[in-house]
Write a protein of this length. Structure first.
Length: 410
């Protein structure tokens, strides 16, 4: 074995992660999806759990689009027309009509001049931030930003980088002021919705502060928002945290096609000059294949639905299921973070109890995510539930029934 020494070192690293409790561990394999039937939403059969039906309370497919017949049909139709893969990167011969149609649709959806798609939101963030950073740029980032922003900052090697306290606009303003006369360009970057807690950046206030100090920097303050959990699922019409906070338009908005939109991929939308620049400079766009044409066609169908009455009723249902679940949890005496976003965190505040509750939920056919330190601060150990529009009232009651049983026996 030529690399057995390295193998031993890597095994030790994985053991360390396990000891620290930060290893992700065994992945559940979904072997079958059972379509909604009567009062029941979809159910899932998992490898190793013979015949047991699970309700998924940890899916990002907030609008339930990934299983919707209309969306599957749109994808199937496009796959017959364009094949299963793009065959090349965009500037070679991998730009197919559905890619461009989707970009136009996304920019219109968010009221922007242009948009471009990537293979995932993770690489969209990296491919957007890195080219915008010069040796005279400083990045100011919320302390709880997603891992893709942290790595984008590392990759871009700015003149300096700093974090502001989570959601704290006064701290952000102080940080901006501290770079006056010391940097030409500032990039302020934040998640829209923060995925661990379902809380949101006060984009109205952040945008106001950015505008207030913009003229003090030779090359502007650019506000970049990654609203991967917000787009599609948050705001009256699903336009995300921008819509919810009524902040106007941030400079650069990033979203995913793989959560509320139910498909796969990522995108950035902004002014035409920014997008033209990124098409020429973002390595993850230039040197990596796009999503498939059929995935693009599926998202186009999702956006058409969202723009119509059907979209309103799906979002109404999602909100009403979220409120029903939150109320049920509060009635049972659980501590939760209440918000209008379908992420519903139950604060357990203890690592062993979190693991115990996740185990109990699995034994009783409910999939949810336990979050422990260092993913969340010590003392904030949480079970993260995510409500989807394909959950029915019966599903929510069933999950609450399981949680009631847990309360009674613990
Ligand atoms: C804020 C944020 N950005 C980006 C991503 C990555 O999304 P994708 O799966 O499209 O790469 C996630 C996913 O968890 C996220 O929460």
């Amino acid at each position: 074995m030529p690399i057995n020494k390295l193998g031993n070192i890597l095994n030790c690293s994985v053991s360390d992660l396990r000891k620290k409790g930060t290893a992700k561990g065994k992945e559940f394999i979904i072997e079958k999806v059972i379509k909604p039937q009567g009062e029941k939403g979809p159910r899932y059969l998992l490898k190793g759990f013979e015949g047991k039906e699970f309700i998924k309370m940890n899916s990002n497919s907030y609008l339930g689009m990934s299983l919707r017949e209309e969306i599957v049909e749109a994808e199937e139709k496009a796959v017959r027309e364009f094949g299963v893969g793009p065959g090349a990167v965009r500037f070679i011969s991998g730009s197919l009509k559905p890619h461009r149609d989707l970009e136009k649709k996304l920019s219109a959806f968010h009221g922007r001049e242009e948009a471009m798609i990537f293979s995932a939101a993770y690489v969209t963030v990296m491919g957007t931030i890195a080219p915008l950073v010069t040796p005279d740029t400083v990045i100011i980032s919320d302390e709880l930003n997603h891992n893709c922003i942290i790595n984008a900052v590392r990759l871009s090697r700015p003149k300096d980088k700093t974090i502001f306290k989570h959601l704290d606009v006064s701290d952000l303003e102080e940080k901006i002021k501290s770079y006056m006369g010391k940097a030409k360009r500032i990039i302020v970057v934040t998640d829209g919705i923060f995925s661990m807690r379902g809380d949101y950046a006060p984009l109205d206030k952040i945008n106001e502060i950015v505008k207030k100090h913009d003229d003090k920097f030779e090359e502007n303050i650019v506000l970049v928002v990654d609203d991967s959990h917000g787009v599609g699922a948050f705001g009256k019409t699903g336009r995300g945290t921008e819509e919810y906070t009524n902040c106007g338009k941030v400079d650069i908005l990033i979203g995913t096609l793989g959560k509320a939109f139910g498909v796969n991929g990522g995108y950035v939308t902004s002014s035409a000059n920014i997008i033209t620049f990124l098409r020429e400079t973002a390595p993850m766009y230039i040197y990596s294949n796009p999503i498939t044409a059929s995935e693009a066609a599926a998202v186009i169908r999702v956006l058409e639905m969202l723009e119509g009455k059907q979209g309103d009723s799906i979002l109404d249902h999602l909100r009403s299921m979220t409120k029903k679940f939150e109320k049920g949890l509060l009635d049972l005496g659980f501590e939760i973070i209440v918000s209008d976003h379908p992420i519903v965190p139950v604060l357990v505040r203890n690592t062993e109890k979190t693991a115990e509750l996740v185990k109990f939920l699995i034994e009783n056919g409910v999939l949810a995510t336990g979050l422990n330190y260092p993913v969340v601060p010590k003392g904030d150990e949480t079970i993260r539930f995510q409500v989807n529009a394909d959950h029915t009232a019966f599903d929510i009651d069933s999950v609450l029934e399981v949680l009631k049983k847990y309360k009674e026996t613990n």
